[in-house]
Design a protein around this ligand. Sequence first.
Ligand code: HEC
Ligand code: HEC
Ligand code: HEC
Ligand code: HEC
Length: 212
Amino acid sequence: MNRKQYVYILVYTCLFALFACKQENGEYHNLNDKIESESKNYHGTSLSSETYIGDVKTIKITEGVHTFLIPERKSQIQSFECIECHTKPIDELKSNDAKKKAHWDISLAHADGEVMNCITCHNGEDMNNLNTLTGVNVDFNSSYKLCSQCHSSQFEDWKGGAHGKRIGGWAPPRASFTCVNCHNPHDPSFKSRWPSRYNTKESEESDGGVEH
Ligand code: HEC
Ligand code: HEC
Ligand code: HEC
Ligand code: HEC
């Protein structure tokens, strides 16, 4: 073999080696390489809900085996901080003039009046926090903890994602609406409404479809 032939053989061997593995598995040497490389962006999913969650301010909670985000509430509550006014016991705050009720826009339509009143959830001693039935403080951002005391089955479903709704898509991170995003804690049930297509009774729709 002369020198020239030797170089040819060398070049052909190299080219063969190069294309041999390219042909079988694309650009990869073996199937394992291919799986590993192509699943790099695929730990669960390469999609993200972050853009859909957008500007919603969230907090991270852990309940049992579930860790997820829920919307922050305090910045959304108009009359927070409560202690701007609630510096003394409610009795001393109360005005004799019935027309000057501070929270005139809030009336309870939740459980029976014998079961529930304002103090069931609002601590007269520390108005900036909510309180459980046993008097433990609960932050306004964690108000779902109040609801879970009496609505444990909905709470279990909510933790697992079966009750309620996500803020973004199904892709991580998981961000879910919290109870008070959908239910007014003072009047939590949804009012019945007329289906809009069959509604020939506009007057009833305008007052929320309440039956007369
Ligand atoms: C602008 C002042 C002001 C702010 C802010 C305010 N309150 Fe009050 N609140 C009052 C006054 C005054 C009363 C006394 C009752 C009345 O005159 O209606 C009262 C009464 C109450 C009562 C008792 C109602 C009753 O009928 O017994 C609760 C509960 C309450 N407030 C909760 C809150 C919570 C919770 C916040 C914060 C999210 C808050 N308040 C913020 C002024 C305020
Ligand atoms: C079942 C529990 C519960 C009861 C009972 C309850 N509240 Fe509340 N209240 C809440 C929760 C939870 C929030 C915060 C909701 C949120 O995050 O928007 C709240 C918010 C408020 C706020 C702030 C509302 C705002 O947007 O500024 C006031 C004022 C208030 N409650 C007063 C009262 C009064 C007065 C009563 C009695 C008539 C009462 N609450 C009964 C749970 C309760
Ligand atoms: C002290 C117990 C108690 C707490 C705390 C409580 N609830 Fe209730 N809730 C009740 C009772 C009792 C009823 C009325 C019975 C029923 O309809 O299931 C009720 C009714 C409801 C309903 C209407 C059910 C229906 O069938 O229409 C909803 C929704 C609801 N609550 C949501 C909440 C949310 C959200 C919270 C937290 C902010 C909360 N509850 C906190 C006891 C409670
Ligand atoms: C994304 C909105 C949403 C969130 C978040 C949400 N709910 Fe509901 N909830 C609903 C709807 C819609 C219904 C059905 C109302 C109907 O059928 O009239 C409902 C029904 C209920 C009922 C009535 C019984 C039933 O199952 O039909 C209770 C009690 C309740 N929710 C409690 C809660 C509690 C507690 C939380 C938080 C742990 C919560 N919900 C979170 C939307 C929501």
